[in-house]
Design a protein around this ligand. Structure first.
Ligand code: NJP
Length: 255
């Protein structure tokens, strides 16, 4: 049994991870910006935690006590072409998906390092390895997250800390649909937006992602990168097989 802190556990994939790990008998510390949203979760602790706020992170980690595993899941996205995406929106995505994940990792690593063991599991995306038009800020945030996670694997591996990156493709949560879209009237990028909208990857459920995360938490020697399900495996394979020296276009994507 491990003591696991999960960020973004109020809904979607994070909530499913909290339920799955609690069901498997782990000590679960579920966190979200509004702890009321966690009230019905059958977990050991429910804490307020905003990964973009250092005080909130420090307080939650103090209150959580000993943490064996961090599941860094909180994330967001935005839809807009890079030519016109409001930079404040880009920054919001980066602050949450990238620096937020590093901030919570920084808070739990010192105790893991002193103890000589610990796990960091980052929920990334296939877009941590490939790009899709109109979701550029999201891919940029997840590529950066993967660079951070892989560097942490090297830096903290010596102290007995294992790092994994879980990469879903499409998942049937409300997250992506609720994302803001920034398009002007007669936007020249509208056809690309429609093309993206028409792209229907095979979605898996948050529960399927949660089972993969839980298996990762329990695996004695987890891989660094773990595609979440067959559609993600296909998508990442299509990226690997496409030429590296050309942009990865939607027609190349198999998912
Ligand atoms: O997201 P959503 P998903 N500090 O929007 C929390 C990745 N992924 O489950 O505080 C702390 O339903 C928010 O809590 P609240 C994706 O990139 C997804 O779809 O109550 N927490 C909520 O619990 C992300 O990394 C898909 O608003 C904050 C949670 O984050 C992860 O999976 C595909 C916060 C977001 O719930 C979960 O996505 C893929 C903050 N500042 C990767 N702000 C997909 N869904 O298709 C928000 O490849 N939260």
């Amino acid at each position: 049994m491990a003591s696991v802190l999960i960020t973004g556990a109020s809904r979607g994939i994070g909530r499913a991870i909290a339920l799955e790990l609690a069901d498997r008998g782990h000590r679960v510390v579920a966190t979200a910006r509004e702890p009321e949203a966690l009230a019905d979760l059958p977990v050991d602790q429910r804490l307020q935690l905003d990964v973009t706020d250092q005080d909130s992170v420090d307080r939650a980690v103090r209150e959580a006590g000993e943490i064996d595993v961090l599941v860094s899941n909180a994330g967001t996205t935005v839809r807009a072409p890079l030519e016109s995406v409001p930079l404040a929106e880009f920054e919001r995505v980066y602050q949450l998906n990238t620096l937020g994940a590093l901030r919570i990792a920084q808070a739990v690593i010192p105790a893991m390092r002193r103890r000589g063991s610990g796990r960091l599991v980052f929920v990334s995306s296939i877009q941590g390895r490939l790009v899709l038009p109109i979701i550029g800020p999201y891919a940029a945030s997840k590529w950066a997250l993967e660079a951070i996670a892989e560097t942490l694997a090297i830096e903290t591996g010596h102290f007995g800390i294992k790092v994994s990156i879980v990469q879903p493709g499409a998942v049937s949560t409300a997250g992506a649909a609720q994302a803001g879209a920034f398009f002007g009237d007669d936007d020249p990028y509208a056809p690309l937006y429609q093309q993206l909208g028409a792209l229907r990857g095979e979605a898996i459920t948050p529960e399927e992602v949660a089972a993969i995360v839980a298996d990762t938490v329990e695996h004695p020697h987890p891989d660094l990168r773990i595609p979440a399900g067959a559609p993600a495996e296909r998508a990442l394979k299509s990226r690997k097989e496409a030429p590296e020296n050309e942009p990865f276009i939607l027609a190349n994507l198999d998912w």
